[in-house]
Ligand binder design. Structure first.
Ligand code: FNR
Length: 192
């Protein structure tokens, strides 16, 4: 049997009790056909071209290698002031350079936004999509806005909302199928 496809999970929150991380973990548990690896972004120095020219910091190199080594990428993000948290934007910028060596190029991806609010991080989700389209990440078109997120988990961090579990299960299946479809393209999207 072939190995499951690997997915780099990038969570846009550094908070220990992050509800975004809980959603990402729930999706991973509900998608047995994929292997999800959580990639650290909190230690990445702010992107600075002068620093790149002088020699990339170890954390940037580590991050780039970890993304490049996976078949696909999943972003799970909170909304900060109707956009993505700065730490996530920085991670995207770090992965996009040096120019011509972006680790995002052609990698199949998906976006989930999660918020305790009613509109599920819609603004962050679409700002993120805008960057990812520019970076030639072939994105699963299915939208995922998880609202009222503080009501969805029990005391031990377990997902207790059945309709959210059903939604995530379907989303995971669709993402797995999307990854296969993109990776099967002979030239790949990376040629674009
Ligand atoms: C927020 N929060 C927030 N929520 C939202 O739905 N829309 C928004 O624009 C904002 N803006 C915002 C700015 C800043 C600076 C902070 C710290 C927070 C609330 C946010 O959704 C909440 O803190 C979530 O719990 C963050 O997700 P994690 O950390 O639980 O994964």
């Amino acid at each position: 049997m072939s190995q499951p496809r690997t997915v780099a999970v990038v969570v846009g929150s550094l908070r220990k009790d992050s509800v975004n991380r809980k959603v990402a973990k729930a999706l991973a548990a509900l998608t047995p056909g994929l292997t999800f690896d959580f990639i650290e972004i909190g230690d990445l120095p702010h992107y600075d071209e002068d620093v790149e020219a002088a020699g990339a910091p170890e954390a940037w190199t580590r991050f780039r290698k970890e993304i490049a080594a996976r078949d696909a990428v999943l972003f799970v993000t909170p909304e900060y002031n109707r956009s993505v948290p700065g730490v996530l934007k920085n991670a995207i910028d770090v992965g996009s350079r040096p120019y011509g060596s972006s680790v995002w190029n052609g990698k199949p991806g998906a976006v989930i936004s999660v918020s305790p609010g009613a509109i599920g991080g819609f603004g962050a989700n679409h700002h993120l999509r805008q960057s990812l389209v520019f970076l030639n990440v072939p994105l699963l078109s299915q939208e995922a806005y998880i609202g009222a997120a503080f009501t969805l988990f029990g005391e031990n961090g377990e997902l207790v909302n059945e309709s959210t579990a059903e939604f995530l299960k379907g989303f995971g299946q669709n993402f797995a199928a999307w990854i296969e479809r993109i990776l099967a393209e002979p030239a790949g999207k990376a040629a674009a």
